[in-house]
Design a protein around this ligand. Structure first.
Ligand code: AKB
Length: 318
């Protein structure tokens, strides 16, 4: 039987749920196998095949790749920046060993393509703060950032040495309403919507003037699909592409949210995540993605806030 299916690892996470649904829309429900260690996210229930899978178990992963006739893998399972600082060893193991397991299987089974996300967390305090370029000084201070940077070079290595068509994006903070983020420093920009609508106030764990690169999930999903559809020759960056849409501070998003929640009140109580946020660039230069495969974001802060509010205030239809 020819290999024709797509495996999404970490399908119940913030990106995984929406990417799985988007891939199912394009390739057909049965062609996209969702997998996770966790229970399936409720939004995925009844939408297509689901297998319970631990990416750290290479043998089981290998068995599933053969059994399910997998030709492409999207590896989304990871421990993010804030959670990673609580258990650095675990974050390194999952983020790196998980990737190596997938790359080895891609080599052994001659898979068509692999997708693996990197992050703006690769950058550190010595990287340029504004319009941070694709290639620059990169000295990350979090274990998450170190694992992502090392992972980028493993991707590059497997591409150069074994011809694996592995592609990657450095996501900024991602904002979404369908599935929640978990353990990131940029999570405040999602929490603020839920707390504003539920309680009319939010206590932010970053200072009001902390500018960070951010992106609305529909843009992130489209960027991922466009990168994966691009002709291989156009994908010249085989570490990971800078990707950008907007930059804002907690004070600025609070002003936008207050347009929809008139008495909205924001308090600030910075914690250990401030140090992480301060180490990252405020904005990103993603001109390589524009040039190589035509990337163009659609959502700015106002458009994203309007769409978030519309969706969070509308009861879901079943
Ligand atoms: C995090 O905050 O850790 C993530 C990221 C920027 O990769 N959202």
């Amino acid at each position: 039987m020819s290999k024709d299916k797509i495996l999404v690892i970490g399908a119940s996470g913030q990106i995984g749920v929406e990417l799985t649904m988007a891939l199912r829309g394009i390739h057909g429900d049965a062609q996209v196998i969702a997998s996770d260690l966790r229970e399936p996210n409720p939004l995925l229930l009844g939408t297509g095949p689901y297998v319970s899978l631990n990416v750290m178990n290479k043998e089981m992963l290998h068995v599933q790749v053969i059994r399910q006739n997998i030709k492409q893998i999207y590896l989304l399972a990871a421990i993010l920046s804030a959670t990673g600082e609580k258990n650095p060893g675990l974050a390194w193991n999952l983020n790196i060993q998980g990737l190596l397991n997938v790359l080895e299987i891609a080599k052994e089974e001659h898979l068509d393509k692999v997708y693996w996300p990197s992050s703006i967390a690769v950058f550190g305090p010595t990287s340029p703060k504004r319009d941070c370029p694709q290639q620059t000084i990169i000295e990350p201070i979090t274990v998450y950032g170190i694992s992502k940077y090392a992972g980028e070079f493993w991707c590059n290595y497997y591409h150069n040495r074994f011809g694996i068509d592995v592609r990657s994006l450095r996501y900024p903070g991602l904002i979404s309403y369908k599935s929640e983020p978990g353990g990131g420093t940029t999570d405040y920009a999602v929490e603020i919507f839920h707390e504003a609508l539920a309680a009319g106030r939010y206590e932010c764990f970053l200072k009001p003037d902390t500018y960070l690169p951010m992106m609305y999930m529909p843009d992130a999903i489209r960027a991922t699909l466009e990168l994966m559809e691009a002709p291989a020759a156009a994908v010249r960056v085989r570490t990971s592409y800078n990707l950008s849409a907007m930059s804002f501070s907690p004070a600025e998003i609070a002003v936008e949210v207050a347009k929809y929640v008139p008495h909205f009140n924001m308090h600030y109580k910075p914690d250990y995540r401030q140090l992480i946020a301060d180490s990252w660039p405020q904005s990103i230069d993603d001109s390589a993605a524009h040039t190589d495969w035509g990337w163009k974001p659609e959502y700015d802060l106002a458009a994203m806030t309007a769409d978030m509010m519309r969706n969070l205030q509308t009861p879901p239809t079943s």
